[in-house]
Design a binder for this molecule. Structure first.
Ligand code: ATP
Ligand code: MG
Length: 171
């Protein structure tokens, strides 16, 4: 079991391609109210989790919730792919504005594994083209991730059984 220390009243940014297991990981380790998911936000503003035209509105809502929670000193976990530096930069700057610490948890999986998991999903239809593009963005990101303003970057191998981790909330 790996200890993953996260800021008790800060931000945790999950990072991983579709099918890497972000939502499963979040559900296993955090309270439902601590998790702010881009898909849930998209659903709230479009009635359809897969409606991509709702993405800008969904992220505006996500940022609003995250900012409000950080202002109130609540641990907040962002469940979105965050494979693009622009998405991560926005969250890091949001945390800064609220004087909150921000950690990243990267779930690494081979794209074949993510693809196979996605193929078996009833809730989502994510093709290999999308996963490959996300994987390319993530690979490019790995080197600079530590320089983007995260206090810690936790990298977990999520390609097999769910990563065995113990989350420690640091005050
Ligand atoms: P998305 O970005 O599309 O929301 P995600 O990263 O949130 O994807 P999950 O929804 O958590 O991924 O997982 C995708 C599928 O893979 C689900 O069917 C889930 O049950 C399964 N899964 C998640 N983690 C594992 C694992 N460690 N081993 C096997 N299957 C897994
Ligand atoms: Mg998910």
């Amino acid at each position: 079991t790996t200890e993953v220390r996260v800021p008790a009243s800060g931000l945790v940014v999950l990072v991983g391609v579709s099918g890497s297991g972000k939502s499963s990981f979040a559900r296993e380790h955090f309270r439902p109210t601590e998790i702010v998911s881009s898909d849930a936000c998209r659903a709230m503003v479009s009635d359809d989790e897969n409606d991509q035209s709702a993405t800008p509105d969904a992220f505006e809502l996500l940022n609003h919730i995250v900012g409000t929670r950080l202002r109130r000193g609540l641990l907040t976990v962002v469940d979105a792919t965050n494979v693009q530096s622009r998405a991560r930069a926005e969250l890091v700057s949001l945390a800064r504005r609220h004087h909150a610490l921000v950690d990243a948890i990267v779930l690494e999986v081979p794209e074949t594994v993510a693809g196979a998991r996605n193929a078996g999903r009833a809730d989502r239809d994510v093709g290999m083209t999308v996963v490959r593009r996300q994987q390319r963005d993530l690979s490019r990101s790995m080197k600079r991730l530590r320089k983007e303003g995260f206090r810690r970057v936790h990298v977990l191998d999520a390609g097999g059984a769910p990563p065995r981790v113990h989350i420690v909330r640091e005050r």
